[in-house]
Design a protein around this ligand. Structure first.
Ligand code: SF4
Length: 167
């Protein structure tokens, strides 16, 4: 896996002060894509063991309230196990809550074993593609009104999509 950037303290992509990881690579072709460079799977920097250890260590900072993973397309990170290993480590070693953004819908992610495995370690999914003609600047944490902010664990328990309340 390659990554484009890490924002150690980010307030734009989820609740509270979060650490955000922008992974590289995306197979979607959204009109009005805001991150053309991030679509390339080898853009940025390789995700090494050292980088991962430093990231995990940073998450123990008491000022960090959670992790957000976005891109690019996190759910296209299926060529290796780097992202799956990372979300497992975050849960085992830090207990931080994880928001993940994807251009795929919850249902599409659940249909494939590898993306489902990544999802199951996360807490909140902002799903669906950015749609230019549904763009709404008043929405929090998402760009267009088709995108849903989903409580993943509640959705898994109830067997249906549950949107996050009170965020
Ligand atoms: S999912 Fe994001 S990175 Fe991929 S094409 Fe759409 S806007 Fe661009």
């Amino acid at each position: 896996m390659y990554y484009a950037q890490i924002r150690k303290f980010d307030t734009a992509n989820g609740t509270g002060i979060r650490s955000s990881l922008f992974v590289s690579g995306c197979t979607h072709c959204c009109e009005g894509c805001f991150n053309q460079d991030y679509k390339h799977f080898r853009y940025g920097h390789p995700w090494t063991k050292d980088v991962e250890d430093q990231f995990i260590n940073h998450l123990t900072n008491p000022n960090v309230h959670g992790v957000t993973i976005l891109g690019g397309e996190p759910m296209d990170q299926v060529r290796d196990n780097d992202l799956l290993n990372l979300v497992q480590r975050i849960k085992e070693e830090t207990k931080q809550n994880i928001w993940i953004y994807s251009g795929y819908t919850f249902e599409e992610i659940m249909a494939h074993p590898k993306t489902r495995a990544i999802l199951m370690h996360c807490d909140v999914l902002v799903d669906g593609p950015f749609v230019e003609n549904l763009k709404n600047l008043k929405l929090r944490f998402r760009g267009s009104s088709n995108q849903r902010i989903i409580d993943i664990q509640k959705s898994l328990q109830e067997g249906q999509v549950c949107v996050l309340e009170n965020y």
